[in-house]
Design a protein around this ligand. Structure first.
Ligand code: M6R
Length: 604
C-alpha cells in the first residue's frame, strides 16, 4: 500500500512532506522519496524507512515551496533506491509519484524504448513518467494536457502527482481506482492518498473522482477536468477528524489504542440510530430504500479479509433474524466470475478503507448487472462510499493499525442494526423479542469494556504460547467467522501460521495436525451447541493440544478441561461475535509484541 503527499503554496514544502510521509507510515512501505522545486528540481529517495530518507537528505538542498513525496510498497521491481519514487523523465525535468499499477506498462515501455527512451528503474511508474514527457515534448503541450493524453493510453489503476520544472508553479494530479484527496488551504494546496497528512493544515477537501485531473497553482487556484477534457465541478467536503485521532495517545501501538477504543466506537456507531428504551432503530438510507430491502430476493455481501468475515457474520444475522437469503463472496472472486445477479438482489460491499480495489471492481460489476448496491464503509468520502447507490458509515474513526479491529466490531454493529431493523419491519421477529434484543444490544459497549479488563490475563496466556509455529482457531455458528478472524489477526501481525475452522470440521482433516505444540483456540460461548463444543475440546485434549477456551463467565465444565480460559460476559448468541472477537485481538496483539513484531505495519 503506497502513500502520496504533495504540497504547493507559500510554506517550505519539505517539512510538510516528511511529516505527511510519517502519517502514512502506518501502512508499511519499503522505500520513500521526495522531490522539491526551487529553481531546479532536487530529488532524494532511499530504500527503507522515512528516517533513512531524512538522514540521506540531511545536508542536501531541500528548499522550495512545491514538492511531491511517496512511500512505496513494491509491486514492479524490488525495493531499492532506484525503484523508489519519485521517478523522473525528460532529462530529469519532470518527476512523478504514483500509487497503483499500470497494467499495460510493458507495451508502452517497448514503444518508448524504440523511441530512444532510457529507463533507470524496473517500475511501471517510470514508464508513465516517460510517456508523459514524450507527449509533452513531441506535441509541445502544457504539462496537464500531456498528462491527460498519456492517461488516455494507460490501462490500470493510478493516483499520480506530477511536478514539471518547465512549469514550476503548478502541480498536476489525477486518479483512477486509487484514492487521492485535495486539501484546500489559504493560497496553498495539499494532495495525499488519504486525509491523514492534510488534516492538521485544513479541513476543506475535495475527493478527486476517477479519471479526473486536478491542476493546482501557486497563486491559489485549482481546476478539475476529466480525461475527455471537460471541466468538472468540485464537491467540497469538510473533514470530521481531529489530529489526536491520528496520534497514539499514550498507547504503545495504534492497534492497542484501537482495540481499547471499541466500547466507544461501537457506541458511536449506535449513536442516534438505536434507542432501546423507545424501541427503535433508524438507519436513514435503509429507511429510504425500505421497499427494496423488504422485497429483496437475496443479499450478497462482498468484501476482503476482515470485512469478508463481517459479511459471514451478517449471513447468520440476516438469515436468522430477517429471513433474507444471503450469499457472501470474496470481492476478488466475484469480480472475475460471471455472477448471476437477478432483479431484487442487493449487493452490500463491506470495507473499512472504502478503497479496496477488488471491492470497488466488484461493485462496478454488480452495478452493471443491475444490482442495488448498499455500502457499509468506515472512511467518510471514500471511493466505495461514493460509488454505492446508498449506504451507512460505521463511524469507527480512523483505523491506523494495519490489523482491522474496531472496524470489524463497527461493521458487526452496523450489520446487526440492519438485520434487527429489517426483521422487525418484515415481522420475522416479534415486537417483544425485538425490544429484548435492543435492550441487550445497547449493553454491548459495556460488555466490551468488561472484556478489556481481562487484558492482563490474556497477556499472561500470550506469554505461554508466543513461541508456537502454528495455531488453530475453532468456532461454531456465529462464532465460526470469529475463528477465521482470530486466525487472520494472529498470522497478519505475528507471522505465526494460523487457520480458522468450523469446530465440527476439525475431525475432517485438521485434527491430524494437533499435538502438544499446537495451541487450539476454541470459542466456546455458544449455548445452542455447547455439548458439541465440549466434545471438540475433548478431541483436542485427546491429542494433547493446548486448549485456550473463550467461555462465558462462570463456565466450570470447560475450565476443568482447557489449559487456559478467557471468560467473557454472557450475551445473546447473535451478539457473540461483537464480544468474542475482542480477546482474540488482544491475544494476537500480545503474542506479536512478545515476538518483537511491529504490529501496526506490514512487514518490510
Ligand atoms: O479496507 P477494507 O476493509 O476493504 O480492507 C480489506 C482487507 O484488506 C482488510 O480487512 C485486511 O484483511 C485487514 N488488514 C485484516 O486485519
Amino acid at each position: 500500500m503506497c502513500g502520496i503527499v504533495a504540497y504547493i503554496g507559500q510554506q517550505e514544502a519539505y517539512p510538510i512532506l516528511i511529516k505527511g510521509l510519517r502519517r502514512l507510515e502506518y501502512r508499511g512501505y519499503d522505500s520513500a522519496g521526495v522531490a522539491m522545486m526551487n529553481g531546479k528540481l532536487n530529488v532524494y529517495k532511499k530504500k527503507g524507512k522515512v528516517d533513512e530518507l531524512v538522514n540521506f537528505a540531511e545536508n542536501q538542498d531541500k528548499t522550495g515551496t512545491i514538492g511531491i513525496a511517496h512511500t512505496r510498497w513494491a509491486t514492479h521491481g524490488e525495493p531499492n533506491d532506484k525503484n523508489a519514487h519519485p521517478h523522473a523523465a525528460e532529462g530529469e525535468k519532470l518527476t512523478i509519484v504514483h500509487n497503483g499499477i499500470i497494467e499495460n506498462y510493458e507495451v508502452l515501455k517497448k514503444a518508448l524504448l524504440k523511441q530512444g527512451h532510457i529507463f533507470k528503474s524496473d517500475t511501471d511508474t517510470e514508464v508513465l513518467a516517460h510517456l508523459i514527457g514524450e507527449i509533452k515534448e513531441r506535441e509541445q503541450l502544457p504539462i496537464e494536457e500531456a498528462v491527460r493524453l498519456a492517461l488516455n493510453k494507460v490501462i490500470g489503476a493510478y493516483a499520480i502527482v506530477v511536478l514539471d520544472s518547465d512549469e514550476p508553479d503548478k502541480l498536476v494530479a489525477a486518479r483512477k481506482s486509487s484514492p487521492l484527496v485535495l486539501g484546500i488551504g489559504e493560497n496553498e494546496f495539499f494532495l495525499a492518498s488519504d486525509a491523514s497528512p492534510i488534516v492538521e493544515y485544513t479541513k476543506k477537501v475535495v475527493y478527486i473522482n476517477d479519471e479526473e485531473i486536478v491542476v493546482a497553482t501557486k497563486d491559489g487556484n485549482f481546476n478539475l477536468r476529466n480525461l475527455r477534457n471537460e471541466e468538472t465541478e468540485p464537491r467540497f467536503h469538510y473533514l470530521d477528524m481531529q489530529i489526536e485521532m491520528l496520534e497514539k495517545e499514550g498507547y504503545d501501538y495504534f492497534m492497542l489504542k484501537e482495540i481499547f477504543q471499541q466500547p466507544r466506537s461501537v457506541a458511536d456507531c449506535m449513536r442516534g440510530r438505536l434507542n432501546a428504551e423507545k424501541n427503535w432503530i433508524l438507519l436513514n438510507d435503509v429507511e429510504n430504500n425500505l421497499e427494496k430491502f423488504l422485497h429483496a430476493n437475496r443479499i450478497i455481501f462482498i468484501g476482503c479479509g476482515t470485512s469478508w468475515h463481517a459479511g459471514l457474520v451478517a449471513e447468520y444475522l440476516f438469515e436468522d433474524i430477517a429471513r433474507i437469503p444471503v450469499e457472501v463472496e470474496y470481492a476478488s472472486e466475484f469480480r472475475y466470475r460471471n455472477p448471476v445477479i437477478r432483479e431484487g438482489d442487493i449487493v452490500i460491499p463491506i470495507s473499512q478503507s472504502g478503497e479496496t480495489a477488488d471491492t470497488l471492481a466488484a461493485i462496478e460489476l454488480a452495478k452493471q448487472k443491475g444490482a442495488f448496491v448498499y455500502g457499509v464503509v468506515n472512511v467518510v468520502g471514500s471511493s466505495i462510499a461514493r460509488t454505492a447507490h446508498a449506504g451507512s458509515y460505521i463511524h469507527a474513526g480512523p483505523e491506523i493499525g494495519v490489523a482491522s479491529t474496531k472496524a470489524f466490531t463497527g461493521q458487526l454493529t452496523l450489520l446487526t442494526m440492519m438485520a434487527l431493523y429489517l426483521g422487525h419491519r418484515k415481522g420475522t421477529i416479534s415486537n417483544d423479542h425485538y425490544h429484548r434484543l435492543l435492550v441487550e444490544f445497547s449493553k454491548i459497549p459495556d460488555k466490551i469494556r468488561q472484556v478489556l479488563d481481562y487484558d492482563k490475563e490474556i497477556q499472561a496466556i500470550a506469554q505461554q504460547v508466543r513461541n508456537a509455529q502454528n495455531a488453530l482457531y475453532l468456532g461454531r455458528g456465529y462464532n465460526f467467522p470469529v475463528a477465521l478472524e482470530g486466525a487472520l489477526k494472529l498470522k497478519e501481525i505475528s507471522y505465526i501460521h494460523a487457520e480458522g475452522y468450523p469446530a465440527a470440521e476439525m475431525k475432517h482433516g485438521p485434527i491430524a495436525l494437533i499435538d502438544a505444540l499446537m495451541p487450539v483456540i476454541v470459542i466456546a460461548t455458544n449455548k445452542s451447541a455447547y455439548e458439541k463444543i465440549v466434545s471438540n475440546i475433548q478431541e483436542v485434549k485427546a491429542r494433547r493440544g493446548v486448549v485456550i477456551a473463550i467461555v462465558t463467565e462462570g463456565d466450570q465444565q470447560i475450565r476443568r478441561m482447557a489449559d487456559f480460559v478467557i471468560e467473557i460476559p454472557e450475551v445473546e448468541e447473535i451478539f457473540a461475535p461483537l464480544i468474542s472477537a475482542v480477546p482474540l485481538q488482544l491475544l494476537a496483539y500480545h503474542i506479536a509484541v512478545m515476538r518483537g513484531c511491529n504490529v501496526d505495519q506490514l512487514v518490510i
